[in-house]
Design a protein around this ligand. Structure first.
Ligand SMILES: [Zn+2]
Length: 463
């Protein structure tokens, strides 16, 4: 047997455990794993003695090249995907948003066109539905057959034209249940948020709250209530409900209960909800930390960690959405004009490894399941992604567990001039990142060819 590359002597991790093995790569696939692999032809040999080999992370929630209120995010597909690669993320799933009055297919075509030849790692899309009617409904199966198996909707953002009602959510769950699709939900009670915002604006003193007003206008109960209502519809339809960016302990409780009752519900959370609290919004530059749902309390973070450990929360992802200081500064003290979103794709792996494994919250394998295997499975990409197995895409990370580093805004690839986790102390460091057998990042620098990423057709559930 011959290989193009052999990664020798490392410890290979999966969601199940770890073992010492050489990894033999041919073309874009993992060909073999073994104690001492030899190639019948000359191969590129990489010495990984003392290193950990992880499957590349799969970030199922990013926003590259997105418009928010007419303002474009700082990271486009090219730079965003390079940042991802530098941070050990080898697959990302972004969003294609339906233009009201138009088909889902046209939105998907447009988004694939934008990302193709620009994205540097493999990618997929969730389909955002903004205009639910018979024509949209009849398109669901076709979109699933095109490899887009998840449909994102919102129970908030009425003004932006995104908020759906219970009838639509019910029908969408019902429709997707039949073809193995998933409904991904941004769960916040939009009507409650709207009413609290209006009430708050009646009192002139709300401006004194600064960015913290966001936490008042979008309280924990807005999330928990929307989650529990959506779970009801998942229960009666038998559809798969995936809850995006869960931030509160009450929502975690609801999800735990639903899972115990056999409801097909899964959930994700993001590093910012685990590592930061609403007190960041009280800071002088608190507006930089605005995101939706907003940052919560220490108690919420603790329950989220527990949820990850016990399996109530299935995925760690980032909701990466970048705005520069200048873009964020435009709010001028008016919380309804805050620019929402935090960067994260480049630091998902190093930060969550440090906190989860270094912080002794869980085993390395459990952490691998959260950043790679589970998201790949839920996205319909496993075992092509999310595993180091013969036949899998050779997407992997060579990680030095003994290294120490600090996050430095200047050294990051991502196009922001500030960072929520600046100066964060890291345990371990990513040395090399491979995508389909190709070295794409080394010591935090992108070294791969341009625009090499491919659109991934994902499999529906149970297929
Ligand atoms: Zn998002």
């Amino acid at each position: 047997m011959y290989f193009d590359t052999i990664i020798k002597g490392g410890r290979v991790f999966s969601s199940e455990g770890s073992f010492r093995a050489d990894v033999g790569i041919r073309g874009d696939k993992v060909m073999d794993l073994g104690r001492t692999l030899k190639s019948s032809k000359p191969a590129n040999i990489i010495d990984a003695t003392g290193k950990f080999i992880f499957p590349g992370a799969v970030d199922t929630h990013v926003h590259f090249q997105m418009l928010q209120g007419g303002v474009r995010t700082a990271d486009d597909f090219e730079n965003g995907s390079k940042a991802a690669a530098c941070g050990g993320v080898t697959t990302f799933i972004d969003f294609a948003q339906q233009v009201p009055g138009y088909s889902l297919s046209s939105a998907l075509d447009h988004r694939i066109f934008e990302a193709e030849d620009r994205a540097c790692i493999d990618f997929g899309f969730h389909m955002v539905i903004t205009d639910w009617k018979q024509r949209t409904r009849s398109e669901i199966e076709k979109i699933v057959s095109r490899g887009v198996v998840s449909f994102k909707v919102f129970t908030a953002y009425k003004e932006e034209g995104l908020q759906i009602d219970d009838g639509v959510l019910h029908n969408l769950l019902d429709e997707t249940a039949g073809c193995g699709g998933t409904v991904m939900l941004h769960a916040e009670n939009g009507d409650l948020i709207e009413s609290l915002t209006e009430e708050m604006k009646k009192e002139a003193s709300y401006r004194d709250l600064g960015a913290y007003a966001l936490a008042r206008a979008r309280p924990a109960v807005a999330e928990a209530e929307a989650v529990s209502r959506a779970i009801k519809w998942a229960q009666v339809t038998g559809g798969h409900l995936h809850l995006a960016h869960i931030s509160t302990m009450d929502a975690v409780q609801e999800i735990a209960r639903a899972k115990n009752n056999g409801c097909i519900v899964t959930a994700e959370t993001c590093p910012h909800y685990l590592l930061m609290t609403e007190e960041h919004l009280l800071r002088k530059n608190g507006h930089l930390f605005a995101t939706c749902p907003p940052l919560r309390t220490k108690k919420d973070s603790q329950r989220l960690w527990k949820g990850l450990k016990e399996g109530t929360i299935d995925i760690l992802c980032t909701d990466h959405c970048t705005f520069t200081r200048r873009q964020k500064d435009k709010w001028k003290g008016e919380f309804t004009k805050l620019r929402y979103g935090l960067p994260g794709v480049e630091t998902l792996v190093p930060i969550t490894y440090t906190e989860a494994v270094g912080g002794k919250r869980m085993t390395i394998s459990k952490w691998v399941s959260l950043v790679s295997t589970n998201p790949a499975k839920l996205a319909g990409l496993y075992p092509r992604k999310g595993a180091i197995l013969p036949g899998s895409d050779a997407d992997l990370i060579i990680f030095d567990p003994r290294a120490k580093a600090r996050i430095s805004v200047k050294r990051l690839q991502t196009n922001v001039d500030w960072y929520p986790f600046a100066r964060f102390k890291l345990k371990g460091a990513i040395e090399m990142v491979f995508s389909r057998g190709e070295l794409v990042a080394e010591n935090g620098r992108y070294v791969g060819p341009e625009g090499r990423g491919r659109f991934l057709k994902r499999k529906p559930r149970g297929k």
